[in-house]
Design a protein around this ligand. Structure first.
Ligand code: PLP
Length: 457
């Protein structure tokens, strides 16, 4: 297989179309994809340019990350300027100013009292770093008996061994055999019977948080180090938390000395119309994991933000000792720091987060307008994050949403299928007319792909 000739613009400068064979694509059915590859060769603002010359509206912000729009001029300029001054410097026992400056800015951007930041290169690394910090924190305080971690069903926390251990997606765990010891899971909060077509936080399900009390009793609370949840589960279908649920998790954790970690890799940086989900829901965790929107996807970077008390617990003993035996060659990479600072400028000085908050009610009304179409069994939203769940087809999980997503591309809109849910996560720079374009494409695609068995909810 080689690339189709229409994608010559994307071919390397040799002019020879590259074979598709060598690249083992992540989270992709490689053989199927390579039979009819779809390639993106350019991007600007809200749009992607496809290899066949078409331009599509990017309703998923790349992969939930390009919140400030593609090739945002502020971010491109900052990266170009940085690369001409300093390409790389380690932060192991030497440093460079941009990493310190960015950390300080993130501390200001984060919820009150979270003034310390550890840099990583991805969401997966942020999750594994956060879990390690949680375990080491208890040890640093002389409480080494706290070793258990609690995740949740239907959680996605990236692909590190820590992340898949606390994650709640069966296939991503069973492929690899034994994972971390001492991990248990809360029940997921998705409830189509009680909560279908909820707007924002569903009314029912705070009781699902009480399962934490039960798990703590089961395992002995004094053995539990941390609980990790996505405030809104993203990759498993866009599942906003039931009203009061996160607050109750916080109360239970506080009662038992267990740390609460919010995985905000998707929900951070304006996606929900606030800096973080923690701000939107008024619940401050002990640790926040971030990535994606941190640099607008322009270069890999992740971050772990933590409450002062967590950081301070490590700053004891000999001042000559390394406080945490952990870090990456590219922790706080200069190019990523420059991109992240320019991205923060876009979110704050250009008012993108405020813009997202202002547009959220319109987005909510627009996507809920799809209710009543054949096969649409639920619609969910928070901020500029939306999910439209479709009735599963008999020929396999996910096939319905894949068919609709495929048809949307034909109609000029790129959406993402996650299981049988269509996920929407457009750049925060989106306007009303583009939201209408997305919803119109979905309405048409759902009608065009409908099967006689698809029921109206
Ligand atoms: N955590 C959450 C909540 C995510 O949604 C993702 C990615 O989608 C990750 C972690 C992993 O991030 P990465 O793919 O950058 O490793």
């Amino acid at each position: 297989d080689t690339l189709p000739s229409s994608s010559a613009a994307a071919a390397p400068t040799t002019g020879i179309a590259p074979s598709l064979d060598a690249f083992w694509m992540p989270f992709t059915p490689n053989r199927k994809f390579k039979q009819s590859p779809r390639l993106i060769v350019g991007g600007e603002g809200l749009h992607y340019d496809l290899a066949d010359g078409r331009r599509v509206l990017d309703a998923i912000a790349g992969l939930w990350c390009v919140n400030a729009g593609h090739r945002n001029p502020r971010i491109s300029a900052a990266m170009k300027a940085q690369i001409d001054v300093l390409d790389y410097a380690s932060n192991f026992q030497i440093g460079h100013p941009a990493a310190f400056e960015l950390a300080q800015r993130l501390a200001r951007f984060a919820p009150e009292g979270m003034n310390h930041v550890f840099f990583t290169n991805s969401g997966s690394e942020s999750v594994d770093t956060a879990l390690k910090i949680a375990l080491a924190y208890h040890r640093a305080r002389g409480d080494a008996g706290r070793y258990r971690l609690i995740g949740r069903e239907r959680a996605y926390h990236g692909v590190g061994f820590g992340g898949i251990s606390v994650g709640g997606i069966g296939r991503q765990r069973s492929t690899f055999g034994p994972l971390l010891n001492g991990v248990d899971h809360l029940p997921h909060t998705h409830d189509l019977v009680r909560n279908a077509f909820s707007r924002g936080e569903p009314e029912h399900g705070i009781d699902k948080a009480d399962a934490l009390e039960a798990l703590l009793a089961l395992h002995d609370a004094s053995t539990v180090a941390a609980v990790i949840v996505e405030p809104v589960a993203g990759s498993t279908g866009v599942l906003p938390p039931p009203r009061g649920y996160l607050k109750r998790l916080r109360e239970i954790c506080d009662r038992h000395g267990v740390l609460l970690i919010f995985d905000e890799v998707i929900t951070g940086f304006g996606r929900l119309g606030a800096n973080f989900a923690a701000d939107l829901f008024g619940v401050t965790p002990d640790i926040i994991t971030a990535a994606k929107g941190l640099t607008n996807g322009a270069v890999p970077m992740g971050a772990v933000l933590m409450r002062d008390a967590i950081h301070d617990a490590f700053m004891q003993g000999s001042v000559g000792a390394i406080e945490l035996s952990h870090g990456y060659t590219y922790s706080g990479h200069p190019l990523a720091c420059a991109a992240a600072m320019a991205t923060l400028d876009a979110y704050t000085e250009d008012g993108l987060i405020a813009q997202a908050a202002a547009l959220s009610p319109f987005f909510e009304d627009a996507i809920h307008g799809l209710r009543g179409l054949p096969g649409v069994i639920d619609i969910r939203n928070t901020g500029l994050l939306g999910g439209i769940e479709l009735q599963a087809w008999a020929d396999g999980p996910g096939t319905h949403a894949q068919a609709v997503a495929q048809q949307c591309v034909e109609l000029g809109v790129l959406v993402r299928s996650v299981g049988d849910t269509i996920a929407l996560s457009p750049p925060l720079t989106i306007g009303r007319e583009h939201i209408e374009q997305i919803v119109d494409a979905l309405r048409t695609a759902i009608a065009q792909t409908a099967r006689p068995t698809d029921k109206e909810a």
